[in-house]
Design a protein around this ligand. Structure first.
Ligand SMILES: CC(C)(COP(=O)(O)OP(=O)(O)OC[C@H]1O[C@@H](n2cnc3c(N)ncnc32)[C@H](O)[C@@H]1OP(=O)(O)O)[C@@H](O)C(=O)NCCC(=O)NCCSC(=O)C[C@H](O)C(=O)O
Ligand SMILES: [Mg+2]
Length: 290
């Protein structure tokens, strides 16, 4: 399954940064991740958690999917994060540094125990070598847990593996492909890691094109200036929308009734292309309402 709701851009911000959180209510990102983990210093964790609850309770984030990134369950803050966030209006909890399928099941059980609404999903960061090696087993837990998404954490993966974060991201491409296969096999969202180079829009754009070409749903971002690029690259362009509309129209034409393969715009179109065209048009329509 590929996510019907656009998730082209997910903007992280420290939950402790009230100015950034307030700005998020008007930014054109598809999702917001209020972070309690790496963007928050240890002595600010309790304050950030309270600020997060206040922000979610106050609301005003409109169509944006609201994600809270908690601290690891095994850290001094993880359990309190879950207990405190349980009553809040959230789309998903994002859990960092999972290593194995058992970690995901434990997180899901902890969310049940804390009283989260069943509609609140669990997304996990793929950012350790152990998690990369266990991608399929982790994804498979979606059958018995709240797991609904993967987010790549390439800074941590670089730290743990020694892999360099250079233009082209050669070392990360196999991880992105493996994560995509696992995500698609079990109906999960998959978002790309962040581009740290805030002042290099060309690099961000190249990373977005690469991730879009590899089939990822969108990109995680760290600065408002990155939103426009991600939204543009991960949205179908005019030519793609026109091609999809032509395919749908061709299959709807009574003259083509009963045919499984057609020639549309000089290309072969089969029923699978019709399905893809319908999906693309639905995504374009959802984006147009933003
Ligand atoms: C990186 C930053 C600390 C830079 O902040 P700053 O120096 O304030 O930037 P600017 O002066 O350019 O900011 C201009 C205005 O934009 C607002 N702003 C900046 N960043 C954000 C944001 N992320 N969300 C919302 N608003 C933002 C500023 O407040 C300014 O507003 P104004 O004063 O009204 O003009 C900062 O960008 C930042 O904190 N970014 C997010 C950092 C973060 O959340 N990191 C954790 C997630 S990334 C990660 O962990 C990846 C993963 O786990 C991995 O392993 O790879
Ligand atoms: Mg990380």
């Amino acid at each position: 399954m590929i996510e019907a709701q656009p998730l082209r851009s997910l903007l992280y911000m420290p939950a402790s940064n009230a100015r950034a959180v307030d700005k998020a209510r008007a930014l054109p990102c598809d999702a917001v991740a209020l972070d309690l983990e790496d963007a928050v210093a240890p002595d600010m964790k309790d304050e950030a958690r309270s600020a997060l609850v206040q922000a979610l309770t106050a609301g005003g984030f409109g169509h944006r999917q609201m994600i809270a990134r908690i601290n690891p369950l095994g850290s001094p803050w993880g359990k309190a994060d879950l207990a405190t966030l349980a009553p809040c209006p959230l789309h998903a909890i994002l859990a960092p540094k999972v290593n194995a399928a058992a970690d995901v099941v434990a997180l899901s059980v902890a969310m049940d125990g804390a009283g989260f609404d069943p509609a609140v999903g669990l997304w996990v960061m793929i950012e350790t070598p152990q998690a990369v090696l266990a991608l399929e087993r982790i994804a498979e837990t979606a059958r018995i847990s709240r797991l609904a998404g993967f987010v790549l954490g390439l800074n941590d993966l670089a730290k743990e593996t020694g892999m360099a974060q250079r233009p082209g991201r050669a070392g990360f491409v196999p991880v992105m492909v493996q994560a995509l296969m696992a995500a698609r096999a079990y109906g999960l969202v998959l978002l790309d890691g962040v581009c740290n180079a805030i002042d290099d829009p060309a690099r961000l754009e190249a990373e977005c094109f690469q991730a879009q070409e590899l089939g990822l749903d969108g990109k995680t971002l760290i600065h408002p200036s990155q939103i426009e690029i991600a939204n543009r690259v991960f949205a179908p362009d005019e030519a793609e929308v026109a091609e999809a509309a032509a395919i749908v129209a061709a299959f709807a034409d009574p003259a083509n009734a009963g045919k499984g393969a057609l020639k549309v715009g000089g290309k072969m179109a089969e029923l699978l292309h019709h399905d893809m065209a319908v999906r693309l048009l639905a995504k374009a329509a959802a984006i147009a309402t933003r």
